[in-house]
Design a protein around this ligand. Structure first.
Ligand SMILES: [Zn+2]
Length: 119
C-alpha cells in the first residue's frame, strides 16, 4: 500500500515537471494538409509560427490548425464586423462583375442582331 502511494506521487510529480518544461521551452503545432493528414511540428515557445508546413505523409502544403480547424477555415468562418475598407473592396469587385456581365450581354445582343446567337 505504502509503495503504491509513493509510486503514484512520484509519477505525478514527474508528469508535472515534464509539462512545465514543455510549456516554457517549446510548443506543439498541428498542420493539416488537403488529404487531412495531421503533421505535428515542435517549435520553440518563442518561435514565430509559419502558417504553412509540408505534410509529413504526402508532402502537400499543410495549413496550421487551431483546435482541429485550419486557420484558413477559421478565417472564412470569422463573422466579425466588416471594416469600411472591406466594404469598399467588395463594392468594387461587385461593380467589376456587373461591368463584365453588361459587356457579355452587349456582345450577345450584337450577335442576336446579326442572327448569330447560339443561346
Ligand atoms: Zn498529407
Amino acid at each position: 500500500m505504502n509503495q503504491t502511494m509513493r509510486g503514484m506521487r512520484i509519477g505525478q510529480q514527474s508528469l508535472e515537471n515534464e509539462a512545465g518544461v514543455r510549456l516554457s521551452e517549446r510548443q506543439e503545432q498541428v498542420y493539416i494538409c488537403p488529404n487531412t493528414h495531421e503533421t505535428k511540428v515542435i517549435f520553440a515557445a518563442d518561435a514565430e509560427l509559419p502558417d504553412y508546413w509540408e505534410c509529413s505523409s504526402c508532402s502537400k502544403t499543410a495549413v496550421r490548425a487551431v483546435e482541429g480547424k485550419t486557420i484558413e477555415e477559421l478565417t472564412v468562418e470569422e463573422d466579425g464586423p466588416k471594416t469600411h475598407y472591406d466594404m469598399l473592396l467588395e463594392r468594387r469587385s461587385e461593380q467589376e462583375l456587373e461591368d463584365l456581365l453588361a459587356e457579355r450581354i452587349e456582345m450577345l445582343r450584337a450577335k442576336r442582331k446579326r442572327g448569330e446567337a447560339d443561346l
